[in-house]
Ligand binder design. Structure first.
Ligand SMILES: [Mn+2]
Length: 329
């Protein structure tokens, strides 16, 4: 099917449906909720009955987005079209929703197998929100200021503020179009990427004061005691990995996070030229060359020793490889 034929098919599907159910992946990020609200509000504007469902709940940091108060935890049948956004595979659909046949999948993950009846998958797109910004006009759906705000939030977050290596002129043009349609870039950018709660900033503090260096490896730990002392309620790292990956004295950064259930989540971040994805996979995790993670159980010190040793070995193997490519004699 050509792109134009796919657009026609999707327009007809959306036109024929009256009651639309939309969801996105578990533990939704900014692109997930931006896509969900962007498409959901555009369909509502066009007169459809839309259910936007996130069994996991809606991330607090995006509560300022228009339509956030409409997100529900449960499906209320009936519906005649089921759309899944920004979701690479079926296991990433929440368990309350994974029994339904998916009619339409819109996504930008290169690994997406195309699990829906109709699939629009564009791995070149920086965000699923960018795919929607490009295609909504072809589906006769309006980009109101509210829709534009949701979609621009998705582009801002998946590109960490227009700075990931997959950024394109096309993505910047789509972002500019969304500004023209009423999205407030500086405000949305601050809300998505800059604003922190006091508790999150204190939690960072514990991670930063414990920062350690071992050759070109940078690492630190956030314990349950740190979380309690900071008063941080989230069960994530409050984006501390973004800070670690920016430290220029390290090629690979490792963050150890202790959770209440005894799990130790290890996150790796690597500079260009290093690939931590296979290392994470060896420990039962996964990810991308520049960003990967895995879960461990056991004593924190033992996990740290094992992970740092393996990471140091990986660094040595890859530095030899990269020297052989870049050596100037
Ligand atoms: Mn995405």
């Amino acid at each position: 099917m050509t792109n134009a034929e796919l657009d026609t098919t999707i327009r007809q599907m959306l036109n024929a449906a009256q009651r639309v159910l939309i969801t996105t992946h578990i533990r939704p990020d900014g692109d997930a909720v931006g896509s969900l609200l962007g498409l959901g509000l555009a369909l509502q504007e066009a007169g459809r009955n839309v259910q936007m469902v996130l069994p996991d709940g809606f991330p607090h940091v995006f509560r300022h987005l228009p339509g956030a108060d409409q997100i529900r935890h449960d499906v209320q049948p009936p519906f005649d079209l089921f759309i899944v956004l920004d979701t690479a595979d079926v296991p990433r659909i929440a368990s309350g929703l994974n029994g339904y046949q998916v009619d339409l999948c819109i996504d930008h993950h290169v690994t997406n197998p195309g699990f829906a009846r109709v699939n629009l998958i564009d791995p070149e797109a920086v965000a699923t929100s960018a795919i929607l910004a490009e295609h909504l006009p072809a589906w006769d759906l309006p980009i109101t200021p509210e829709v534009a705000s949701a979609l621009l939030t998705g582009i801002i977050t998946d590109t960490i503020g227009f700075r990931t290596s997959n950024m394109t002129p096309k993505a910047l043009r789509l972002a500019a179009d969304l500004m023209e349609k009423g999205a407030n870039l500086p405000e949305l950018y601050k809300r998505a990427l800059i604003h922190r709660s006091f508790e999150a900033a204190r939690f960072w503090g514990y991670g930063l004061v414990n920062l350690k260096r071992q050759g070109r490896l940078i690492w630190t730990t956030l314990t349950q005691a740190d979380r309690a002392a900071a008063g941080y309620q989230g069960n994530d790292d409050a984006d501390l990995t973004d800070i670690l990956s920016g430290i220029e004295d390290g090629d690979i950064a490792v963050l150890f996070i202790q959770h209440a259930d005894g799990r130790i989540k290890v996150s790796w971040r690597a500079k260009p030229g290093w690939d931590v994805s296979a290392l994470a996979a060896r420990f039962g995790g996964g990810g991308h060359p520049a960003a990967a993670g895995a879960d461990f159980y056991g004593n924190l010190e033992d996990v740290q020793e094992k992970v740092l040793k393996a990471t140091q070995e990986l660094w040595e193997q890859q530095v030899i490889k990269s020297n052989s490519i870049t050596a100037k004699g």
